[in-house]
Write a protein that binds this ligand. Structure first.
Ligand code: NDP
Length: 339
């Protein structure tokens, strides 16, 4: 299978054409195209154009609203609530962020719940955005249930990612962004597409037996990272992202899934913290300089790197070199664009 080379702007244009043809308004398609291209820019193939067929299918079959706009509510002094109205998460996050930032700056800490939304993306963009505004950011997202609880076999939790962002004075923010499963589901699907076995420990079959066959693991369950420790985080994320707001847990949204390839309904939860309100004497520069000493200590040892370093390396290259997608995905995208 050969690859097709694209520039980031070509990829963005394809995304906009396909998404709008599927039924998204241009206003809603833009933040989704942006986040897919951030993933390609940062060499995270599992959340780049690979997701476009799912984004399109969820809307074209009528399960997800393509033209609805999110409602942003000032729910309490420290609480923003955004109702995505059964649309995708990216437009809702974009709509709520300014109020979250304003509240965090005013009070030192604020939170944002996104309800009735469909999330299909990465989270680092959101916590980096908060950190670029000088705020410490946390993000939690639930998804359809794919992950077994230790000792069990049934898909119980979503792959439920979490991300954390920290502002840095002279560098891009520090941000980690990780699923609470051993691997993101997209990685399993990419192994299946490419005919490769998955590493041991990623999943179990429907009978509970460990497997390296991606098809068997996709039919069975994924495993949490760190056994019961990752499962506890996945459970916490279900409770924060949807339990708190009366949304659907992954096990409940799975019931409604029509297997169109798009994401199930769920929720997101954000926390933003203003370091200025916590820093002794309000001296943010001092606490940020102090945090740099921790990063320096980590990097003094050979073989170490900070979370995000791989992405930042890719971010230097892809605007110049572009990126590649498999020919089969390119053909699918041309079809979605009506070419
Ligand atoms: P990875 O395991 O690839 O990476 C997790 C984090 O660890 C990244 O921040 C990564 O930084 C960092 N990291 C990796 N290796 C090292 C190292 N050696 N030293 C220090 N840091 C390191 O991510 P996942 O597979 O868990 O998740 C991939 C993406 O999938 C995420 O963006 C997540 O949000 C998304 N996802 C989305 C879901 C949804 O429902 N919307 C569900 C599940 C996942 P770096 O990026 O620089 O490698």
């Amino acid at each position: 299978m050969s690859d097709v080379h694209l520039t980031l702007s070509e990829g963005h244009a394809f995304a906009m054409r396909g998404l709008t043809r599927a039924g998204l308004s241009a206003e809603n398609a833009k933040p989704i195209a942006d986040v897919m291209m951030s993933a390609e820019r940062d060499a995270c193939q599992s959340h780049g154009l690979f997701r476009m067929p799912g984004f399109c299918a969820g809307v074209s079959c009528g399960r997800i609203e393509g033209v609805t706009r999110p409602d942003v509510k000032d729910a309490a002094p420290g609480v923003v609530q955004v109702d995505a109205n059964n649309g995708y998460a990216a437009p809702a996050i974009e709509a709520g962020m300014p109020m979250l930032i304003e509240k965090a700056r005013a009070q030192g800490i604020a939170s944002m719940a996104i309800i009735r939304s469909h999330h299909f993306s990465t989270l680092w963009c959101d916590v980096e955005h908060l950190a670029e505004h000088g705020l410490v950011g946390f993000a939690f997202v639930n998804s359809r249930s794919f992950v077994a609880h230790p000792g069990g076999v049934r898909p119980t939790y979503g792959t439920n990612p979490m991300a954390f962002g920290w502002p840095r004075p002279d560098s891009p923010p520090l941000a980690f962004d990780q699923a609470s499963s051993v691997a993101a589901r997209g990685e399993m699907q990419i192994h299946l597409r490419d005919g490769k076995p998955i590493p041991e420990g990623w999943g179990i079959g429907p009978d509970g037996a460990p497997t390296t066959d991606p098809a068997v693991a996709l039919a069975g369950a994924q495993l949490p990272f760190g056994d019961y420790k990752g499962a506890a985080l996945a459970m916490m994320i279900e409770l924060l992202a949807v339990g708190l707001t009366g949304g659907k847990f992954g096990i409940e949204s799975a019931v409604d899934d029509n297997s169109d390839g798009g994401p199930a309904i769920g929720g997101q939860f954000y926390i933003a913290v203003d370091p200025e309100k916590f820093a002794p004497g309000g001296d943010v520069a001092a606490i940020l300089a102090h945090s740099e000493s921790l990063f320096d200590y980590v990097l003094e040892e050979d073989g170490t790197r900070l979370p995000g370093d791989r992405r930042h390396g890719a971010r230097e290259r892809t605007p110049v070199d572009g990126f590649t997608i498999p020919e089969s995905l390119y053909a699918t995208i041309l079809g979605l664009c009506g070419d």
